[in-house]
Design a protein around this ligand. Structure first.
Ligand code: TRP
Ligand code: SF4
Length: 328
């Protein structure tokens, strides 16, 4: 039996390069190692915790997100792709775990405190929002996942999951393995305005961006702020465009650009033109698959339905053990 890997993403709609390099690329790598049984899912109930007042887009976003997953190389023949709300057992396990999770563990959750300040425009003083990590714990231990690939921001949630799993095992019966976080090495890629790449800042390069849209975005990227003219030597190590070159260009070109920038031989305009072309070339196969799936949405729905079936098999078995352990 292969060890199981599980991770999820909230359906925020179209994915950007930050999502790709921050998480998705790692999901694909793990899948391609071929030594794990991978489960990846759309956390649509989690989207409700902050967006319960405007739910119109959640369904469409979920489908859209799976299109992007498929286009970057998640392969339904090797990974199980599903939607959380289609596997109702998540709700039942969430309920049971909520009974045994001390409030104090949730109240001291750093992500909870941060989100409350960050999303101050939304009213998230709700029971559901406080319980976000309990639902996440249910997602993870339902599949007895060995590893959970996540970025650092999710570490407190995985840590809480571990505590909840231990508590269940201690109170009832040893049902759940304690999962390991698998930290994603995240290259530091910022949005075109130099802030964190995020949909809400309108500074993102999306996986759907093509041709001139993408060229335009790359050309407006912030670079070394001290480099006003081409004759000023630049500092590639602090330049966001250079960080992108390091991912998208071959190392010989990266070296040449680094040298050219420091010696003021290459200007930012040219540097970014070359970058845009590199990104477009790299994304060509992604865009091709995207076109395919966007014109075959029925296939995508079918892939999700198969994934739901596969996930449900495991979820049903786990819940039998849970009910037996809890004696309910
Ligand atoms: N909280 C995660 C995020 O915002 C999404 C998520 C929900 C998740 N359930 C999960 C991630 C289970 C890993 C495992 O990105
Ligand atoms: Fe950045 Fe390239 Fe300009 Fe140097 S030349 S500052 S690496 S954009």
């Amino acid at each position: 039996m292969k060890k199981r890997i599980l991770s999820g993403m909230r359906p925020t709609g179209r994915l950007h390069l930050g999502n790709l390099h921050g998480a998705l690329a790692n999901w694909v790598d793990i899948q391609n190692k071929d030594i794990y049984d991978c489960f990846y899912f759309v956390a649509d109930w989690h989207a409700l915790t902050s967006d319960y007042k405007s739910t119109d887009l959640i369904k469409a976003n979920s489908l859209d997100m799976v299109v992007d997953w498929l286009s970057v190389g998640l392969d339904p023949a090797r990974s199980t792709l599903f939607v959380q709300s289609e596997v109702k057992e998540h709700a039942e396990l969430f309920l049971i775990l909520s009974m045994i999770t001390p409030l104090s563990w949730l109240e001291r959750n750093p992500t909870y405190k941060e989100m409350k300040t960050e999303l101050s425009d939304k009213d998230i003083s709700t029971f559901g929002f406080l319980g976000y990590p309990v639902l996440q714990a249910a997602d993870i231990i339902m599949y007895k996942a060995y590893g959970v690939p996540v970025g650092v921001d999710q570490l407190p949630h995985v840590e809480l999951t571990r505590e909840i799993a231990r508590r269940f095992n201690f109170l009832y019966k040893d049902v759940f393995p304690v999962p390991e976080p698998l930290l994603t090495e995240v290259p530091k890629l910022l949005g075109i305005d130099g802030r964190k790449m995020s949909k809400s800042y309108d500074n993102s390069i999306y996986l759907r961006d093509r041709g001139d849209v993408l060229r335009q975005k790359v050309s407006s990227m912030f670079t070394d702020p001290q480099r006003m003219r081409k004759k000023d030597p630049g500092r590639p190590e602090i330049c966001n465009a250079f960080a992108f070159h390091q991912i998208y260009s071959p190392s010989s070109e990266v070296d040449e650009i680094s040298d050219g920038c420091k010696k003021a031989k290459i200007g930012c305009v040219e540097c970014k033109k070359r970058l845009a072309q590199r990104i477009l070339d790299n994304m060509a196969p992604i865009h091709e698959r995207q076109d395919y799936y966007l014109s075959h949405l029925e296939d995508v729905r079918g892939i999700i339905a198969d994934g739901v079936q596969e996930a449900s098999k495991i979820a049903r078995l786990t819940m039998e053990q849970v009910r037996e352990a809890v004696k309910i």
